[in-house]
Design a protein around this ligand. Structure first.
Ligand code: FES
Ligand code: CO
Length: 331
């Protein structure tokens, strides 16, 4: 059976603040996952009780065990069933009474799940490790009716900024994208500095050119850094796209800045909400839903170099996220 390479990746399923006492149901690559919190941290199980197939996420956490909502079997954090209330205590609990455990951890204010026994290294986001220098806020979740590669590619798309985000991130009068190159270094793609005209969203003063550097970190993770307007100002925006099901994604963004550290975060989050709102209708309208990886399909310009690198990379990695085939449960 086809093994989806994304199963080895860590997927951001929730913000830490979205998980409290109650378990939460998430979808990862078509798989139903129960995520819950105990004194020892965060945990993820396949969201299925082996007794009668009920969703464990409908249950509750009591004394650091996950309790099935149907007949109250109790599972410890290793997934072992330690109590079956309907069974006299003289009878042994069947050995097969286990929940399937996935890797789960918290990092950068997000909860991450990996479905495979051989996880790749989790995201390294240096700005998130430097709270003294960078103020990092989490944006999202954004629910998008599209497959992950279309969403990632929209983030990497430079020449839409002047139209979809006219007046906010670009200006129709400055639509030309200067030539740039894409390099493969240290396991990720990175562009040269690309100079893009930024209007002043407040409309009070005129804009100016800002340098953008894009990176593709994984098939579902990308980021950009903006330099300016101050000589040492750096703004970093990372997009983490979770393919929940076929045609459905959930997006979280880590947004970091080393300036205006005292400013309230709300304005920054609202701005990002607005930008994603503008992209949403476009991305959901794109056909085919599956990103064409054959470069003969669709039409590519020089300024689309970054998208071309992304499509090539997906092809090399054998990833076509969103096909029903790839989302087949691997068991
Ligand atoms: Fe879970 Fe019966 S279905 S305890
Ligand atoms: Co956009």
């Amino acid at each position: 059976m086809l093994q989806d390479p994304l199963r080895n990746e860590w997927h951001a399923v929730l913000k830490s603040t979205e998980l409290n006492e109650e378990p939460v149901q998430c979808y990862v690559l078509g798989e139903r996952v129960a995520v819950f919190r105990t004194d020892s941290g965060v945990h993820a199980f396949r969201d299925l009780c082996i007794h009668r197939g009920a969703a464990l996420s409908l249950g509750k956490v009591k004394d650091n065990q996950l309790i099935c909502p149907y007949h109250a079997w109790e599972y410890n954090t290793q997934g072992t069933c330690v109590k079956i209330p309907a069974q006299p205590c003289t009878q042994a609990i069947p050995k097969k009474a286990k929940a399937e455990v996935y890797h789960c951890q918290e990092k950068y204010g997000l909860i991450w799940v990996c479905l495979s026994d051989e996880p790749k290294p989790i995201l390294n986001y240096p700005e998130g490790d430097q709270p003294e220098e960078y103020r990092t806020v989490i944006c999202g979740p954004y629910e998008i009716e599209a497959n992950a590669p279309r969403v990632v590619e929209n983030f990497l798309d430079i020449s839409h900024l002047m139209f979809v985000h006219e007046g906010l991130l670009g200006d129709e009068e400055h639509a030309e994208v200067s030539d740039y190159r894409v390099h493969f270094e240290d396991g990720r793609y990175i562009t040269d500095r690309i100079s893009i005209y930024q209007p002043n969203p407040d409309g009070r003063s005129i804009g100016g050119y800002t340098d953008y550097v894009y990176e593709i970190l994984s098939p579902k993770t990308a980021r950009l850094k903006k330099f300016g307007p101050g000589p040492n100002d750096v703004f970093s925006l990372l997009i983490e796209v979770l393919q929940e099901k076929d045609g459905k994604t959930k997006v979280y963004m880590l947004q970091s800045r080393n300036f205006q550290l005292e400013e309230p975060d709300e304005g920054y989050i609202e701005f990002q909400d607005l930008i994603i709102g503008q992209d949403l209708a476009i991305v959901e309208s794109q056909r085919p839903e599956l990103l064409p990886l054959d470069l003969q399909e669709e039409l590519h310009l020089k300024c689309d170099r970054l998208s071309i690198s992304y499509r090539r990379w997906l092809k090399e990695l054998g990833i076509e996220v969103g096909t029903t085939e790839n989302l087949q449960v691997q068991r």
